[in-house]
Design a protein around this ligand. Sequence first.
Ligand code: E4P
Length: 218
Amino acid sequence: MKFFMDTAEIDEIRPLVETGLVDGVTTNPSLIMQSGRDIFEVTKEICDLVDGPVSAEVAATDYETMVREAAALYDIADNVCLKVPLTKDGLKTCKYFTDQKKMVNVTLCFSATQALLAAKAGATFISPFVGRLDDIAHDGMSLIQDIRIIYDNYDFNTQILVASTRHNMHILDSALIGADVVTLPPKVLHQLFKHPLTDTGLAAFLEDWQKTGQSIAD
Ligand code: E4P
C-alpha cells in the first residue's frame, strides 16, 4: 500500500520524504489556502521533492475551463496528477486526459456507484473520503470495501486512494481491505510509528546496554 502525504506544507513533507516512506502527495484548494502559498510555486516545490504523483486540483466546475486549468497544472512538472471533482464535467475532463495517458485523481467520492463511474472514465486514482463519511455517522470504511469488490469484479485498473483519513484505524482497515493508496495528514503518519511498548522496551535496552560498558561504532 502506497503512502501519500495529504498536505501542501513543504516543511512537513521534507522530513517525511527523508524516511523513504512517502510515495506521493495530495493537495486540494483548502490545503493550498492553509499553506498561504501560490499554487504553482508550492506544487513545483513538492514535485521536486517527491518522486511519485503530486495531485493538484482544478478550481473550475465546467469542462472547458477545467481543461484549460489542467494544461497549466500539468505544465508544472511530469509528476503532476490532475485532480478533478466527481461531477459530469469532472469525469469528462478525466476521460479526456486519461485517453492521453495523463494521471487523473477523481476526488470527492462518497458512493460506490460514483467510484464505478470514475473507473469507467479511466481514472488513475479514485479518492473516497472516509473521514467525512464517518463525520455524518456513515461507515467510511465500508465504502472502501464495496469499491474494492467492484473494481476486482471487473479488473478495473483505477487505484483506490483512501482520503480524508484521520487516525490509525483508517490506515489499518485500508491495508486489511487491500486499498492501493492512503493519503495521510503528516500527524497521522507520525502516530503510526508510536507504541508505548516500543518506548519502554527501548528504554530498558538502553539502560542494560549502558551497564555492559561496550560501544559498537567507536
Ligand atoms: C485528499 O485528497 C483530500 O482532499 C483530503 O484527504 C480531504 O481530507 P479532509 O476531509 O480531512 O479535508
